[in-house]
Design a protein around this ligand. Sequence first.
Ligand SMILES: [Zn+2]
Length: 322
Amino acid sequence: MQACKIMNYIVFDLEWNQSPTGKDGEHKELPFEIIEIGAIKLDENMNIISEFCETIRPQVYPQLHHIISELTHFDSEDLRLSRTFIEVFRDFRAWCGDDFMLCTWGSMDVTELQRNMKFYNFDLFQAPVYYYDIQKIFSIVYEDRKTKRSLEWAIDYLKIDKNINFHRALSDTYYTYSVMKLFKQNDITKNFSIDYFQKPQNRSEEIYVVYETYSKFVSREFENKTYVLKDKRMNSTICYKCGKKVRKKIRWFSDNSKTYYSLACCDEHGWLKGKIKLKKSDGEKVFAVKVLSLTDDQGADSIRQRQNAIRKKRREKRAKAE
Ligand SMILES: [Zn+2]
């Protein structure tokens, strides 16, 4: 019999430093240097089983940026006596174990952790990196799915005791956990996020996931943006309920250079609205994220109106130019 794999949750938070002299002194490959990792490990039922917390001696920016030292109250002497990222992360990685899901407040920590890992030549997490963004799930459960609140705002909203200081890695980790505990576990697990630090490099690495009310497709990198919309897998519309290719009523159109919209109709499931967001990668390169979601007549109408408004704006612009 195969041993049952136990999945842990690693709730974590990072504190980082940045160039104390601003952009001029910034190291391009490491704009944010991690100076503290705080984490707790949860079992599959979300009970705490272990804790990890350690400060890290900064090497790229040995001097603290004044905002960082005000916000976090780090003692520079403490940091000077700390171990390096290579030493601390090696222990942290071992502590995480093999089978875990990362949980953080917001999307930055998972990205910046990997950027620091890459900088110090650690093997990256196996891609695609899925994780739980508790800030996003807070918005899905309590608000409009879009608004991003600070952790402290959420703590106040939920009337959770504020007995420890914010903005140190371990205290923010515990606050994040106290928000998580108020969700149904299912609200967390069905709303996983995808981190884009490691972009799909080829066709086979492209990501397609189906959520309850939408599907998401993450393309590979393209040399530049003109190739993205020409890509068949990117411009086609597949109904995520039945898997059938559906005809578009409105082809992809855009109101700026980064976002495209479309409208299609599945015979069985009705209106499907599409949205493609272009995302910058290294240099000229781009990749794109396509989201398809079912909508009603009103939703279909708003896509039509959006297209009409853009056409009108273009006509007016042209008229002015003539
Ligand atoms: Zn369908």
